[in-house]
Design a protein around this ligand. Structure first.
Ligand SMILES: [Zn+2]
Length: 187
């Protein structure tokens, strides 16, 4: 739209010069238009950034899930290998796998449970009992509690009672010297 000269009669037909009449209003409108264009641009930029952030977050999530699946597979493999080694009565290898489990996955209970199972299969009831006890205590830790159901706790509790009954545990405890850290941790 063509603008009149400042001193020309205003196009609105008021009879006043443009600079005395509609100039200020037109300039304000032009400024408002520029401002709103800038706002649209800024909003677009923000939206793009937000989209980018969502995109990266989604990517990160997928990557994290991939990493966790790898970890979980490793845990499962190692955990299952202990069971197989027990079946094959390769107890030394089974114990090594347990040690690896505890080393690689210290935040899960599997290593303790598997240690208990190996010692139980070996007939080493004292050690088995201690590891079931440690596993039970692990599931009772405040930060672990929500991750375990009562069924698992009951199961470990029953295992402990059963082993104590089988081995005459209370008498054994007075006679058998449980090695090092196990003894102090199970008081
Ligand atoms: Zn005017």
């Amino acid at each position: 739209v063509a603008k009149p000269e400042r001193n020309a009669p205003c196009l609105c037909g008021s009879g006043s010069k443009y600079k005395k009449c509609c100039l200020a209003k037109d300039e304000a409108q032009a400024m408002a238009k520029i401002r709103s264009q800038r706002e649209v641009e800024a909003a677009t930029t923000r939206e793009r950034a937000a989209f980018q952030a969502r995109y990266w977050a989604a990517n990160e999530l997928v990557a994290a899930r991939d990493r966790w699946e790898l970890v979980e597979d490793g845990l499962d493999d190692l955990s299952n290998s202990v069971i197989n080694l027990i079946d094959e009565r390769r107890f030394d290898d089974a114990l090594k796998a347990c040690e690896q489990l505890l080393q690689d996955f210290p935040d899960v209970v599997d290593g303790l449970d598997r240690y208990a199972a190996v010692y139980e299969a070996m007939g080493n009831l004292m050690q088995a009992r201690d590891y079931y006890q440690r596993a039970l205590e692990f599931t009772n830790l405040p930060e672990q509690q929500s991750g375990f159901d009562d069924e698992g706790r009951e199961w470990r509790g029953e295992k402990i009672s059963e082993i104590e009954a089988r081995s005459g545990f209370s008498q054994h405890r007075l006679q058998v010297d449980v090695p090092g850290n196990l003894a102090s941790e199970t008081q």
